[in-house]
Design a protein around this ligand. Structure first.
Ligand SMILES: NC(=O)C1=CN([C@@H]2O[C@H](COP(=O)(O)OP(=O)(O)OC[C@H]3O[C@@H](n4cnc5c(N)ncnc54)[C@H](OP(=O)(O)O)[C@@H]3O)[C@@H](O)[C@H]2O)C=CC1
Ligand SMILES: O=C(O)[C@@H]1CCC=N1
Length: 292
């Protein structure tokens, strides 16, 4: 472990999700001088420094100093980033990936023997401390690593440990899930506006209804079908609405959409491996165009 003064956590690739984690740590009381981050674009680096008072470094400087390195680049950029930091990691440094599709075997193969890795699927509601994180350990990680990552992430949401084989489905449900719910909210607001409600009134009605319904599911512990049935008066408005949703096969559309997300998560693993193979080919024959 590094000394008291050294940064103990590095966030490599501070885009949307990297900043979500970063802001959560700061809100949870982490001292900004214990966090370093990286990003490719200088204007983004300046912006993050101004807003969070953290130090922006390059990837190797950050990875060499931190006890825990969180990698949050797109799956296709992961091979290049892991190859860049592998030589500078100190033994025992924990590497945590938040990328969809990138499995622990892929990370371990690039980082080398003995580097513990954890795969996490986060979601953006962590920005308001209501995130959902599912974490899985790799071959060289133990319970202490899972506990450490749980402690870091728990400040911004709930954390569950799952077998890694569930991660593509998790990605489709909770990682991608906020987008489905935002989509439903958008559609309901537009319906309100279509029927003549002022947009701000429609938004207030829909957002509070979404929040209240989520809270009701959690706090009553009742099955959603039971809660829906309680809203559905015989011959009433809800029955009329649900019939239209069933006629349009909305339930089947959700199943299809979520399966598509799960399949895309699997494809991203293939894409990450293809990007790695392409980079290796370019490295071994630099004269043929794609060499760095
Ligand atoms: N957004 C979400 O809701 C969720 C995202 N994730 C995962 O998080 C990861 C990031 O997604 P997201 O935050 O949305 O994407 P972003 O594009 O917003 O963030 C990635 C950031 O990393 C930067 N970057 C890329 N390569 C490097 C590098 N080699 N060194 C330093 N910085 C680099 C990018 O810079 P540049 O813009 O120049 O490319 C960008 O700022 C993905 O793997 C995704 O699967 C997981 C769950 C939810
Ligand atoms: O769309 C994506 O690929 C990322 C992963 C889960 C949510 N956003």
């Amino acid at each position: 472990m590094s000394g008291d003064q050294a940064p103990s956590l590095a966030i490599l690739g501070a885009g949307v999700m990297g900043e979500t984690v970063l802001s959560g740590l700061i809100r949870a009381g982490w001292n900004a001088d214990r966090i370093v981050a990286t990003d490719r674009r200088p204007e983004r680096q300046r912006d993050l420094t101004e807003r969070y008072h953290i130090t922006m470094l390059d990837n190797t400087e950050a990875a060499a100093q931190a006890d825990t390195v969180i990698v949050v680049v797109k799956p296709q950029d992961m091979a290049e980033l892991l190859d860049e930091i592998a030589p500078v990691l100190r033994p025992g440094t924990l590497v945590v990936s938040l990328a969809a599709g990138v499995d622990t075997a892929f990370m371990e193969a690039r980082l080398g023997e003995g580097i513990p890795v954890i795969r996490v699927m986060p979601n953006t509601p962590a920005l308001v401390d209501e995130g959902m994180f599912a974490i899985s350990g790799g071959t060289h990680s133990g319970q202490e690593h899972l506990d450490h990552v749980t402690e870091i992430l728990a400040s911004t949401g709930r954390v569950v440990t799952v077998p890694e084989r569930y991660q593509d489905a998790v990605t489709a449900i909770s990682g991608t899930g906020p987008a489905y719910l935002f989509f439903v909210v958008e559609a309901m607001i537009e319906a309100g506006v279509h029927m003549g409600l002022p947009r701000d009134v429609a938004t207030e009605l829909v957002v509070q209804t979404m929040l209240g319904s989520a809270k009701m599911i959690r706090e009553t512990g009742e099955h959603p079908t039971v809660l829906r049935e309680r809203v559905t008066s015989p011959g009433g408005t809800t029955a009329a609405a649900v019939k239209v949703l069933e006629d349009h096969k909305v339930r089947a559309a959700f199943l299809g959409a979520i399966e598509a997300a799960r399949d895309r998560s699997r494809d991203l693993a293939t894409a990450a491996r293809a990007a790695a193979a392409e980079a290796a080919a370019a490295e071994s024959s630099p004269g043929e165009g794609a060499g760095r």
